[in-house]
Design a protein around this ligand. Sequence first.
Ligand SMILES: [Zn+2]
Length: 326
Amino acid sequence: MVLGVDVGGTKVAVAAVEGVTATHAAEHPTVTVSTDALLDGVEHVVRGVIAEAGDPDAIGVGVPSQIEFETGRVETSVNIPLTGVPLREELSRRFGIPVFVDNDANCAALAEAHIVGETHLVMLTLGTGVGGGAVIDGRTFRGAHGLGAELGHMAINPDGPPCPGNCPNRGCLEAYCSGQALERDATELATDKPDSALAGRLGPDGKLSGRELVAAAEAGDPDALLLMENFARMLGIGIANYVNVFEPSRLAIGGGLSRASHLFFDRAVQEAGARALPALWKRVSVALAEGGADAGVIGAGLLAAMELAHGRDTELPKATTTEGIE
Ligand SMILES: [Zn+2]
């Protein structure tokens, strides 16, 4: 048995993980006042789960961060105070067992691959930003040092808007297909058209929230539908690029924004199908992620189980992967 830990901007979720099943789940608000307080909070939830579930063999941790995988050192993070922190070392010291740390989107992709039983899978998590992960031959692709695959920072327009992420580029997928991008465009359009229905949805802070935009699109508001059309088109362009590069058997769309998929999914698939290389496109399925709210925890647990197995035998036994899938 291993533990999976999912550290998000608002909550820390922990569970015992076996295969793709999570039990003894617990969560706690993320403490963001300082690095030490954040780590103490994580330790508190983990110790609570250990008290119920028993001692794990290893702990996997997913964080919204760029991580040097071998050392488990966090380079930089989104929304939580983890920058330049040797997270793997720190948590191993606290718990006295092996700890493995990975980017949360990589964990989500790993979970999705095992949940749907695919060995070649690309996943995009559409939320405040755009996260991405690629599973190749059953294993997470991380690049040379573990900092890949930042799929949200592929530029799809050289002269596009500045990327809202911690990124110097313009026109990244994240600059079009993230919650931040939607709010930026909706606010701009509503401000430019003060007599529009969309303008009536501007909040007291002068901003139009993603939630209001979705509500307006569902009500058939033409301005909101135009923004969603642009979102879907850009997402489709991104999907076509990832299909051409990775040739996955499945490309999954997850994250909080996927709850509004009825406003963009079909149109994005149509756009991707018109752009991807036909031989690759006819062999891929594009689908909403099947993993639920606990996918992050499951992915972190799978990470720990796989790394533990990987450390024992230099090559991952295929049988373990298959069991995980079933
Ligand atoms: Zn970017």
